[in-house]
Design a binder for this molecule. Structure first.
Ligand code: KIV
Ligand code: ZN
Length: 512
């Protein structure tokens, strides 16, 4: 019998806790669909009791996704657990994930509870949860810094109460691989009923070791579930990165001897989607999904790869969704070829109307840019600046003038509630002037907390992809826009962010 490693993705819960990474319901649904395509075993969709917005997100994902188990986090108390169970009702396969801190520091300073009170609460809420649902995960928060005797006592009790997965978080990223692996092994050996649960690892990346620690938990400790996020998204230095763990286990099957469900060719599309949605740019040298991950710059390497690719490549770029920067389509390509390319790239449009909108934008781009790469197509379909019905703001056109020694001027024509308006302004640069021109009418008063530009396919001929993060009255939203002209891309990104502020789509930090 083969041994399987369960991939539990928490991009939509722990990943979203990263300041500025909160997502709307629609964004979460889109990412959940991509995670399902990726064949992630468990999707942690949110923390249902934390807000009405998160409750609705978990419920919507539980309704839409059928191939992955849908999980909601809950503090170990009856109210949270009931709320999570309610949100998970529509799920084909649902999981309740309970947590309560067990380290001396957290119990004393944060919870102000004695160990005995924590023990009782863990036991009773697991019992309560088990009466509502069969699939129960329990996490002792700050588990790695907990006192081993006490942790063994708690975990034995929750397994007796029916917990089916035991997750051991290194909440603050303090562990080192060998010690974390040994810690999991010790728990499994000492707890008499440990064989009744699947053991899981959950590592944060504060010392840059989340992936190494998780893999040690698997190899040394015998864990069979890894909790991770796309691009390692998460608070502070982030969580364990899904793409790195998956490709390590797959590439070094000789060492780990484990099977995975993951359909790796959807990894890159998932990475881009999460990056574009949250505005968290992927560094070029990031393993597996960074722009340089498969690029060979030195002559010796290039020569070697041309003669035999395995001289310098341990995985195939196409296995994770890269397609060698090919010119895939041009001005004369038809709708069917475009649709097929989308499917090859792992992009599934929600409706034929969405395919038509994307195809119209592709034609528009092909008129202005001779070579269309896969990256252009991915940016085009995820560009949020496409004006959707009912959206308050829509981009129409832009003109700007800049000259050395002169203050740049810009005029932007855009729609507000369907009516065309024109704003003009000067600014420190053409981008600044354009965004100020929009503000002359929008008057959002929002504060810009992030502005970033990324060349989609590398050269100056490339499209620029701009992310703008705005903050207003405690809400943080990201807008993304792409265009061969980065000033236009900036205006589109800004309008997209304004639309999100205007739509009042509920954005919540999962763990308040
Ligand atoms: O890091 C952590 O401890 C967590 C738990 C809530 C599982 O995210
Ligand atoms: Zn965590």
């Amino acid at each position: 019998m083969t041994d399987k490693l369960i991939i539990f993705d928490t991009t939509l819960r722990d990943g979203e806790q990263s300041p500025g990474a909160s997502m709307t319901r629609d964004e979460k649904l889109r990412i959940a669909r991509q995670l399902e395509r990726l064949k992630v075993d468990v999707i942690e969709a949110g923390f249902a009791a934390s807000s009405n917005g998160d409750f609705e997100c978990v419920k919507a994902i539980a309704e839409a996704i059928k191939d992955s188990t849908i999980c909601s986090l809950a503090r170990a108390n009856d109210r949270d657990v009931s709320r999570a169970a309610e949100a998970l009702k529509p799920a084909k396969n649902g999981r309740l994930h309970l947590f309560l801190a067990t380290s001396p520091l957290h119990m004393e300073k944060k919870l102000r509870m004695t160990p005995d009170q924590v023990f009782e609460q863990c036991k009773l809420s697991t019992r309560f949860a088990r009466n509502l649902m069969a699939d129960i995960e329990f996490s002792p928060e700050d588990g790695y810094r907990s006192e081993p005797d006490f942790l063994c006592r708690v975990l034995e009790a929750v397994i007796n109460e029916g917990a089916t997965t035991i997750n051991v978080p290194d909440t603050v990223g303090y562990a080192v691989p060998e010690l974390y692996g040994e810690f999991i092994k010790m728990l499994r050996e000492r707890i008499p009923n440990s064989d009744k649960a699947v053991w899981s690892v959950h590592c944060h990346n504060d010392l840059g070791m989340a992936v190494a620690n998780s893999l040690a938990g698997v190899k040394i400790g015998g864990a069979r579930q890894v909790e991770c996020t796309i691009n390692g998204l998460g608070e502070r230095a982030g969580n364990c990165s899904l793409e790195e763990v998956v490709m390590a286990v797959k590439t070094r099957r000789d060492y780990f001897g484990l099977d995975l469900n993951i359909d790796t060719k959807h990894i890159l599309a998932a990475s881009r989607m999460v990056s574009q949605t949250t505005g968290f740019v992927v560094q070029p040298n990031k393993a597996v999904v960074g722009a340089n991950a498969f690029a060979h710059a030195s002559g010796i390497h290039q020569d070697g790869v041309l003669k035999a690719r395995d001289t310098y490549e341990i995985m195939r770029a196409e296995d994770v969704g890269w397609t060698a920067n090919k010119i895939v389509l041009g001005k004369l390509s038809g709708r069917n070829a475009f649709k097929q390319r989308l499917l090859d790239l792992g992009v599934q449009m929600e409706s034929e109307a969405d395919v038509n909108t994307a195809f119209a934008r592709f034609k528009e781009l092909a008129d202005r840019k001779s070579d269309i790469f896969d990256e252009d197509i991915l940016a085009l379909v995820s560009d949020e600046s496409v004006t959707h019905e009912n959206e308050e703001y829509g981009f129409v056109s832009l003109s700007q003038h800049s000259e050395t020694g002169e203050r740049p001027q810009a005029s932007v024509v855009f729609t507000v509630g369907g009516k065309e308006v024109k704003g003009s302004s000067d600014g420190n640069g053409p981008v600044d002037a354009s965004l100020k021109a929009i503000e002359t009418h929008a008057k959002s008063g929002a504060e810009m907390v992030l502005y970033s530009v990324n060349a989609i396919s590398g050269s100056t001929e490339s499209q620029g992809e701009v992310t703008v993060r705005l903050q207003n009255s405690g809400r943080v939203v990201n807008g993304v826009g792409s265009d061969p002209d980065i000033v236009v891309a900036s205006a589109k990104a800004y309008l997209s962010a304004l639309n999100k502020l205007h739509s009042k789509a509920d954005r919540v930090a999962a763990q308040g």
